[in-house]
Design a protein around this ligand. Structure first.
Ligand code: NAD
Length: 424
């Protein structure tokens, strides 16, 4: 059932390569023993499953599914479930490792995990997606649970997906287990404020980064790549703070308006048409050009590997706030550092989601709901504390924010590991 990675560190490529390179930098900075580096480089548990689907037309298709638990020294593992044809084992491994660092950095009592199914959700009906989700859940059921590994939404999944996972898991256990997932619908024990939490954290950190550079929100400009659960809310909250969001893209296209896009109107357009394309309140733009616009803040909030050696020299933004996981390749990161672009790394910038997921898990396990104001206040407190930790450590050690954030996180994971000791 469970496959180990076998024979040392798994092969490197794409985001997994980037994640490994970041880890190597952190362990070198922390002067860790090689054995500890090796332990952190290798996911603790991986599961690969075939997910057969009976389609509405009676035919059958089979999709690859994965769940990777990178590290559980600090607690049960936590991480999203992605539905995308780009999903493969190495991508899931990278995303799981980043979750370990993210949870440690914002000090929630979890290790990191990630799941994925290599399926394009837009090609399937709700009924088909429900059957795929339930079958995938029953395949990975032995390794998930409120005390072991807790999925949440990611690209291509949402609160409906979480409700199906919770129900499938609960049916198998014979009683309702709301704590097995977060990002659930409110009526099933979801947390107030969870749907917007990642975006709220992104916007909060973007505003702190702007303040640190002496940029006033009022009149500043931003471009946002991705208009899903993270990008849409981030664009809305930034524009509510006075920032002019001049460009927004999704997988189908991009739109531009020099005097600022009306994000609510664009949202209504996307709800109707399924894409930002054809929005009347803005002109259309080459989606690649969005990344190199002359803006104060660039928020990549779609997929990994979009800022590369090929375009990083053309990035004109003063600040890049990584709403997505892994949007900047290792080569691009070096170029951006060289060019003095302030990069707020993913494990800090988009940690609002896992912070409120943690609050949701606490509420689910206690069967007691907090008020939304309380959730948002505690979220901002935790984001601000993590931001301060990173800024202070980066300053004291002459590191970039990504190096500082990763090193702080790795140090916390190693502390937990050392306190627990190696069994046997
Ligand atoms: P989503 O599926 O809700 O939205 C993804 C958006 O990106 C869509 O608008 C899609 O059209 C667009 N997109 C996809 N490929 C693109 C491309 N090549 N170019 C431009 N746009 C593209 O997903 P999401 O939950 O918003 O996740 C976005 C990113 O944020 C992912 O990297 C995810 O891992 C990360 N993230 C999400 C959460 C969360 O709570 N949902 C938390 C932390 C990090």
């Amino acid at each position: 059932m469970m496959a180990s990675t076998g024979g040392g560190t798994p092969a490197l490529h794409g985001p997994w390569n980037d994640a490994q390179a970041q880890l190597t930098e952190a362990v070198e900075h922390l002067k860790c023993a090689p054995g500890l580096h090796e332990m952190l480089a290798m996911p603790r548990r991986e599961m690969q499953v075939a997910v057969p689907l009976r389609k509405d037309d009676g035919t059958t298709a089979v999709f690859s599914g994965y769940r990777v638990q990178h590290n559980f020294s600090r607690g049960p593992t936590k991480g999203g479930l992605r539905f995308s044809t780009a999903v493969d084992l190495n991508e899931v491994r990278a995303l799981a490792m980043w979750m370990t660092w993210k949870c440690a950095l914002v000090d929630v009592p979890y290790g990191g995990a990630k799941g994925g199914v290599a399926i394009e959700p837009r090609d399937h009906t709700q009924g088909e997606l429900e059957r795929v989700t339930r079958r995938y859940t029953s395949e990975i059921l032995p390794i998930i649970g409120p005390d072991t590994d807790i999925p949440a939404p990611d690209i291509g999944t949402d609160e409906r997906t979480m409700a199906w996972i919770m129900d499938t898991y609960s049916v198998a256990k014979g009683h309702t287990v709301p704590g097995v997932v977060t990002g659930k619908p409110i009526s099933l024990g979801g947390s107030l404020g969870r749907a917007q939490a990642t975006s709220r954290g992104v916007a909060h950190v973007a505003l702190m980064a702007m303040a640190s550079k002496g940029i006033e929100a009022e009149g500043a400009t931003a471009a946002v790549q991705g208009f899903g659960k993270v990008g849409r809310g981030a664009a809305r909250l930034l524009s509510e703070a006075g920032v002019r969001v001049i460009a927004i893209s999704d997988v189908d296209g991009a739109v531009f308006a020099g005097d600022g896009i009306d994000v609510a109107r664009l949202g209504a357009h996307v709800d109707r048409e399924g894409s930002v394309e054809g929005f009347e309140g803005a002109e259309s733009l080459d989606p690649q050009a969005l990344l190199t616009l002359d803006v104060d803040v660039l928020v990549p909030a779609a997929v990994e590997g979009v800022l590369t050696a090929a375009n990083a020299r053309d990035v004109q933004a003063t600040i890049v706030v990584e709403g997505a996981n892994g949007p900047t390749t290792q080569e691009a990161d070096a170029i951006l550092i060289d060019r003095d672009v302030l990069v707020v790394p993913d494990i800090l910038a988009n940690a609002g989601g896992v912070i409120v997921s943690y609050f949701e898990w606490v509420q689910s396990n206690q069967a007691y709901q907090w008020r939304e104001r309380e959730v948002n206040e505690r979220l901002e407190e935790k984001m601000t504390a993590a931001w301060r930790d990173v800024v202070d450590y980066a300053g004291a050690q002459s590191l970039t924010y990504r190096q500082a954030a990763t090193a702080l996180a790795v140090r916390r994971v190693l502390e937990a590991h050392e306190l627990r000791g190696l069994y046997p």
